[in-house]
Design a protein around this ligand. Structure first.
Ligand code: ADP
Ligand code: MG
Ligand code: ZN
Length: 474
């Protein structure tokens, strides 16, 4: 019999905020040493009260808009109670009854065509700390406690590991380009719910949940292993499937039972009376919408229409810094295709030469736009443009003054060119003599001398014309 795999995902994403969700300690990437981003509130000291970080709401709403969700204008927090040493309050503040976003949808491009995955909800919550085991001791690091997370819960709409990985890559590039999360390893963690059913069956099978995976490769392997385990269990009655929580062991490539699936009642959820309900009014929602970055899909369409290649699009989509540089340069009046070449080919070339990456790139959109415009309007030629770019990227030079200093400007005024021609003529009496005697080559030598004198500045055809005129009238 053929079986269909059914998967639903719960994905936790650490938000790129400057501070934690309920206190002013530094956020996700601030910590350098264990426990250096900790205060009485996030380490669970009695009597400390949470204060909501407004930015978390804005990023959660932005994520919801990107995933086509309803934004709930009334949203509240609940306490989820359980005891574990990395959870100093013995409860996690999360959202159960009124999550911030519900009923979204995301379309995946897969080898089998477009697939719609429904988003059940997105809720905000705080992360737990970390336990570190060493020697015969265990340590607790509270840097991560109260770091803001959004949890994105899908309906059981995935039918293969490929679809799951496509979805996660899409979330990752969306969230990166939208400034929601950098989604580095560990900042995006998934619980994978799996069941199988005979092909054509409408009923869902028994599901298991594989907890807390962050490598996409491990997720793929875990899905393959776990779905086969389910199929074998049904087909060959090797074991009885029970709804439970499992973990994936990277070394053996197998999943193992962790605990029986806990139910909602196990957590004794109740509303968190220390946090006011959050009301998102029209004005605030409009403001968040106005600041929402263009969705990846729309961006890709826009780039394709501008003649950007798939490979270049991948580079742009996966790097927030260079895609912003591109967009800002375009806003300053440059063409998208041009700007993309200057950034992805020319800037990349300078960086490569210096053994650096895009993360080290220092150039403002203003300076880049000036260079592109000078090349496009013929003020300097493209090679000169590259020289200017190197000076800007390596030494922060000002493009216009640099061109002047280096004499790269081809639009040197006529008077300046004429004075150079006069000088060259007076310095080369022999060549003038030769020219008068009909040696046309002498004119070429004089032209070369003028070009050298002007150091490549000035438009060569204008220089030639002025020189020819002078010689004719001698
Ligand atoms: P719970 O409240 O037990 O966590 P949810 O209804 O919130 O259950 O579902 C959790 C996740 O499990 C969701 O992503 C959902 O899509 C997925 N899921 C639910 N039923 C199944 C199933 N039979 N097979 C695979 N995934 C499932
Ligand atoms: Mg759940
Ligand atoms: Zn704190």
């Amino acid at each position: 019999m053929n079986y269909e795999i059914v998967i639903g995902l719960e994905t936790h994403v650490e938000l790129s905020t400057e501070s934690k969700i309920f206190c002013s300690c530094g956020g996700h990437s601030a910590a350098k040493e264990p426990n250096d981003c900790v205060c009485p509130a996030c380490s669970g000291m009695p009597g400390m009260l949470p204060v909501m970080n407004k930015r978390v709401v804005e990023l959660a709403v932005t994520a919801g808009l990107m995933l086509n969700c309803n934004i709930n204008r009334y949203t509240t927090f609940d306490k989820k109670n359980y005891y574990y040493p990395d959870l100093p309050c013995a409860y996690q503040i999360t959202q159960l009854n009124h999550p911030i976003c519900t009923d979204g949808c995301v379309t995946l491009k897969t080898s089998g065509g477009n697939r719609d995955i429904r988003i059940k909800q997105i809720h905000m919550e705080e992360d737990a700390g970390k336990l570190v085991h060493g020697g015969n001791s265990s340590f607790v690091d509270f840097n991560r406690t109260s770091v803001p997370l959004i949890e994105i819960v899908t309906q059981p709409d995935f039918r293969s590991a490929e679809e799951v990985v496509t979805y996660l890559n899409k979330l990752k590039s969306m969230f990166r380009s939208g400034g929601i999360s950098e989604c580095e390893e560990g900042a995006m963690r998934c619980d994978v719910n799996i069941s199988v059913r005979p092909e054509g069956s409408e009923e869902f099978g028994v599901r298991t949940e594989i907890k807390n995976m962050s490598s996409f490769e491990a997720i793929e392997r875990a899905i393959r292993y776990e779905s086969q385990r389910h199929i074998d269990a049904i087909e060959f009655e090797t074991e009885e499937l029970v709804q439970e929580t499992r973990r994936f062991d990277d070394v053996s490539g197998k999943t193992m039972a962790m605990r029986n699936k806990e139910t909602e009642a196990d957590y004794r959820y109740f509303p968190d009376a220390n946090l006011m309900p959050i009301i998102i009014d029209d004005e605030w929602l409009e403001e968040i919408k106005a600041n929402k970055p263009v969705a990846v899909d729309e961006k890709v369409e826009e780039y394709l229409a501008a003649g950007i290649s798939d490979k270049e699009i991948d580079m742009l989509i996966s790097n927030n810094k260079i895609s912003s540089l591109l967009e800002d340069t375009v806003k300053l009046g440059c063409n998208t295709r041009d700007a993309a070449t200057w950034i992805l080919t020319d800037c990349a070339g300078v960086l490569r030469k210096d053994g650096k990456s895009f993360d080290d790139l220092v150039i403002t959109a203003e300076k880049l736009a000036v260079i592109i415009k000078m090349v496009n309007d013929g003020t300097i030629n493209r090679n000169a443009g590259k020289k200017v770019l190197i000076a800007v990227v390596e030494n922060g030079a000002d493009p216009v003054s640099y061109c002047k200093e280096q004499g790269l400007d081809r639009k040197v005024d006529t008077a300046a060119i004429e004075s150079v021609i006069d000088k060259v003529i007076s310095q080369n009496p022999q060549a003038i003599e030769d020219f008068k005697n009909g040696k046309t080559k002498a004119a070429q030598a004089l032209f070369g001398a003028c070009m050298r004198e002007l150091k490549g500045a000035g438009d060569p055809s204008a220089i030639k014309e002025l020189l020819d005129n002078k010689l004719k009238n001698m």
